[in-house]
Design a protein around this ligand. Structure first.
Ligand SMILES: Cc1ncc(COP(=O)(O)O)c(C=O)c1O
Length: 404
């Protein structure tokens, strides 16, 4: 047993923004984590879609250690080799011509929204400042991104909020058409709403937004913070939909567990953020960029991405078997290794309880709202870990149903 801080220390020393589990993970290898008591858990949560290559991946360790021996941080008065390599890799693998680096998903979205506002101001005047976003969206926790997010519970206590943001229903193209106009500078959308319940966009909806943005010279921003870097079985979800954004925000899995975020865009829009208009101390930090390079090199290969799709198929067939037995899920949905199981009305609100019972059985996963169980495991999770984790999940469901 490890001596160390306890869960009680959290309540004593931490500002209570989180309600962490009662156990404290201390190490991880691949898709297995171990807590202070030595208990093992199969990890279907992946650090909220971050640990794309699992825990303590050898290639990422090597990239980080090598960079740690040379240059840790230099600041943006200088550029550095890892960030130049990463920018090149991202540009060569996507629609983008240019990249901007930051440290998180919220910062990437914040930068994208600022870029869109400035593009509107510079090219069409101050009135072109409206942002269209969608109900149930999640874009991060800065004041701008929480305002663009479509869940008032995250923003209402922080008023006054930045103005000029309109929300309409996700996948409701007619409603979007009604609000997108000459004064719209940007439309921001998740190709799959992650926190909002693992709800994929319809292709026609995204294509419709693309057309409306073209019509009004507004920027189409895809928030791929959760769906990016192989999560859906394509490098980015826009490739799956064959709808190209003007700006793409990526973070989470890009660092495989090391904090990094990026904004990708085309030459047309990149010049808007001219010298001095935006920045961040750690953006493009050599340690983060070195890890990002190793992550992308590993993931952006057809056989790796096919592996994500194969794992999706295994999950979905096993989840269907589980559902035939228990009839708990109204729907099993998602792409690649972002999978949501929505509970039936009878079990509404029980996702958290089920996840607590599952942790007792030795498997952890996420929820997306009170009714959706969400799986976002490492993209290279071994098949055997999927089987073991889902067997433990099944055991938890049996306990849940007995308790009812
Ligand atoms: C779609 C989406 N956008 C933005 C964010 C915010 O990212 P971060 O927590 O790194 O700021 C998240 C985080 O869950 C997300 O899922």
């Amino acid at each position: 047993m490890t001596e160390g801080p306890t869960r009680t220390d959290f309540d004593q020393y931490m500002i209570p923004t989180y309600a962490p589990a009662s156990f404290i993970p201390v190490k991880g290898k691949g898709s297995v984590i171990v807590d202070q008591q030595g208990k093992e858990y199969i990890d279907f949560a992946g650090g909220i879609a971050v640990n794309a290559l699992g825990h303590a991946n050898e290639k990422l360790k090597q990239a980080l250690n090598e960079q740690a021996e040379s240059l840790w941080h230099i600041g943006n008065g200088y550029t550095n080799e890892p960030v130049l390599k990463l920018a090149k890799q991202l540009v060569e693998s996507t629609f983008a011509d240019k990249a901007f680096f930051c440290n998180s998903g919220a910062e990437a979205n914040e930068a994208a929204l600022k870029l869109a506002r400035k593009y509107g101001h510079d090219n069409h005047g101050a009135a072109k400042n409206e942002i269209v976003a969608f109900t149930n969206a999640f874009h991060g926790r800065t004041l701008f991104t929480v305002s663009a997010g479509g869940q008032p519970k995250y923003s209402q206590d922080f008023a006054p909020l930045p103005g000029g943001i309109k929300h309409v229903g996700f996948n409701d193209l007619e409603a979007a058409k009604a609000v997108i106009g000459a004064n719209t500078c940007a439309v921001i959308v998740e190709p799959i709403q992650g926190e909002g319940g693992v709800v994929p966009a319809d292709r026609a909806f995204l294509q419709g937004l693309r057309d409306l943005c073209d019509q009004h010279d507004a920027l189409l921003i895809f928030d791929e913070v959760q769906t990016g870097v192989g999560r859906t079985g394509q490098l980015y979800a826009y490739m799956h939909y064959a709808v190209q954004p003007d700006v793409l925000c990526t973070a989470k899995a890009l660092g495989g567990g090391f904090p990094i975020g990026a904004v990708l865009t085309t030459d047309k829009f990149a010049s808007t953020l001219s010298v001095g208009t935006h920045g961040t101390t750690y953006g493009g930090n050599p340690l983060a960029a070195a890890v990002g390079n190793a992550v992308l090199t590993e993931i952006n290969q057809p056989v790796f991405l096919q592996g994500v799709q194969d794992r999706h198929n295994l999950y979905v067939s096993r989840l269907n078997e589980i559902n035939e037995k228990f009839e708990l899920f109204k729907e099993i949905r998602g792409l690649g290794l972002l999978i949501g199981c929505e509970l039936t009305a009878e079990h509404s609100g029980q996702a958290k309880l089920i996840s607590n019972l599952a942790a007792q059985q030795g498997v952890i996963f996420l929820i997306a709202g009170p009714d959706v169980i969400r799986f976002a495991p490492a993209l290279n999770i071994p098949e055997q870990d999927i089987e073991t984790g889902l067997a433990r999940f099944t055991a938890a469901l049996e306990i849940y149903l007995r308790k009812e």
